[in-house]
Design a protein around this ligand. Sequence first.
Ligand code: IUR
Length: 451
Amino acid sequence: MQSIPDLIKKKRDGEQLSDEEIRTFIRAVTDGTMQESQIGAMLMAIWQKGMLDAETSILTREMMSSGEVMSWPKEWAGLVVDKHSTGGVGDKVSLVLAPALAACGCKVPMISGRGLAHTGGTLDKLETIPGYNVQQPAAQILEMLDSVGCCIVGQTETLVPADRVLYALRDTTSTVDSLPLITGSIISKKGAESLSALVLDVKFGRAALYKDLESAKQLAQSLVNAGNSLGICTGAVLSCMDATIGRCVGNSLEVIESVETLKGRGPDDLMELVTTLGGVLLKMTGLVSDLSEGRAKISDAVIGGAALTKFQTMLEKQGVAKETARSLCSAHTDYHSVLRKSQHQRELKTPAEGVIKDVDGLVLAQVLHQLGAGRSKAGEPVNHSVGAELLVSLGQRVGKGESWLRLHYEDPAPTPDQMNRLQSALTLGEPDDTPDPQTQFSLVRELLLPL
Ligand code: IUR
């Protein structure tokens, strides 16, 4: 067998690694026999020389097999589905989509992550609900899928241990943004969920990992190839991540907007994403015959209240007191009787009359991060109540001095410089501008569906 330095040299020199060599690499990472310096060198060689699709598929499979792989009852064959998003601002899709899919007959073992840098994480959002426990044993996950159809939980210690080692070292060796390494990391974890179908929400735009549509498409294709190579029916949706998804950013506020959406009062852009991603999954499972039927079925589950009922039951199963879950999900609730409200709010005003042309989601997210809504290092606490509500819509005509953003903050209070930055996120067009509704308000740009 080749030594680890030989494997590093081979990739460093731009050669293709064999299946056996990739297996040796991942085993040595998992069993701790590969030194951190060697792992770092291999990561950098992969970052620089890349991998062929065939290598990426084997890397993904070996990473998946480095730990436990879940198994499901035979009767669920074809029905076990999940979604992964490459990360956004105000991205609360999972909170609505998981229960909507459950209401349509799917089994959704959603394993989610925490926020890092300017992007939010589903687990942080759900933890704003008192009692919600993201850490669930395998037996409870099985029970929840059986009785409710969905759960939203954190990564367990036993799933894909190789990724924990590689991800931490990618962070310290500047090798995060490598197509094969991102692909292996994301898809191995989905493979360990033993999914029937997977949809990827691959974002592009100023608040996304990849800024332009073309590079996001390359990532989408790489993820789709790796998913399909594991036998998961995999599709991707390319969606724009320039502004915010919906009107709320920040953990507590995003839970409120998600529950409002489950009550049929959600913003159009969020509903577009939920129905498209869900529609693609329903089509891939064969529960519907085409995408438009899938979209309609998801929309009915949300608007008709079936998804809200699933959400309420999921909360109870994951540790939320019955009374709290019922209060959150009742038609006319005071959300802040359940979710903590920030101590302070301040409204920002429009500097002139005009049309709302643009809101820079990245700037909003960066300032909110500085005010405590996000974390810079894994494990740091976040302030759940810090956030912002957009009070206007793109394309809306406004007068001078109208409130366009409500900032929710605690300690630290925003500095004058941070207030200026927030204000700079707004771009006003001339009062007689007429924006094209199709290009301005639709987030979904392209679909990459299996044949
Ligand atoms: N999310 C993951 O699970 N893995 C990655 O490499 C990235 C995001 I970037």
